[in-house]
Design a protein around this ligand. Structure first.
Ligand SMILES: Cc1cc2nc3c(=O)[nH]c(=O)nc-3n(C[C@H](O)[C@H](O)[C@H](O)COP(=O)(O)O)c2cc1C
Length: 208
């Protein structure tokens, strides 16, 4: 697939076919993830690929299984989501947080070695490791598309990541930035519209 076609096709997929994903495909995708730019040249990243159903159920247990209409309206208000397109994205995404991972062919947990307190960095460079793993995650998403698969992601809230650590047994000095669900996208599921952006409005030649 042409690179720009991969970029266009990459959308957050929250509805999957019930289909297995082969080890070799996962390996190619994660190899692509491991080629991403890195702040310290070490690429001290690990990816836990969870396919065992019992482990998936345990891993996702702390994630809310749905949301009431009232709570959804409250979330839209509390988070000041004024844009109608943005609201549509949240209304489509939030109720699927559990299901989009549960029904994925695999749940992938990226891990980075975090040496400083990510919530209280002394300066922005202390977030470089965190920034690097997101480059790696984007490589993974793009490679998944090139292989005919799709991904979603969830930022762990509350105790979800500590719970994941217990279930998966990853070491204390590793940090999990998100959950990733990967699988074959279901056909004909309408995706929220991406905001139209005119590139000419966002490029500033020589100065803003
Ligand atoms: C940093 C970051 C955090 C995100 N957190 C979540 C999340 O917790 N749950 C979710 O379903 N999607 C999450 N997403 C996916 C976005 O909702 C999605 O990328 C956005 O709606 C645009 O849609 P697209 O990816 O199909 O272009 C996140 C994306 C990013 C980059």
């Amino acid at each position: 697939m042409d690179f720009y076609e991969v970029i266009e096709k990459r959308r957050t997929v929250r509805d999957f076919e019930a289909e297995e994903i082969a080890d070799a495909v996962i390996e190619r995708i994660i190899l692509a993830a491991l080629k991403a730019p890195t702040n310290d040249h070490m690429r001290d990243w690990h990816y836990i690929v969870v396919r065992d159903r019992e482990t998936v159920v345990k891993l996702l247990d702390a994630i809310p299984k749905g949301i009431s209409d009232e709570d959804m309206d409250k979330l839209i208000r509390d988070w000041n989501l004024d844009d109608s397109l943005q609201q549509e994205c949240y209304r489509k995404a939030v109720p699927k947080q559990y299901r989009m991972l549960f029904e994925a062919s695999a749940v992938i947990i990226p891990l980075l070695k975090q040496k400083t307190d990510i919530l209280h960095p002394d300066n922005i460079s202390h977030l470089n490791g965190f920034a690097s793993i997101w480059c790696s995650i984007e490589n993974l998403f793009l490679a998944a598309v090139a292989e005919g698969y799709g991904c979603n992601l969830r930022i762990p809230l509350g105790e979800e990541s500590e719970y994941a650590r217990e279930v998966l047994g990853y070491p204390d000095d590793y940090y999990m930035p998100c959950f990733i669900g990967i699988g074959k996208p279901k056909d004909n599921v309408p995706l929220p519209k991406q905001k139209d952006i005119n590139v000419k409005d966002r490029i500033h030649w020589d100065r803003f």
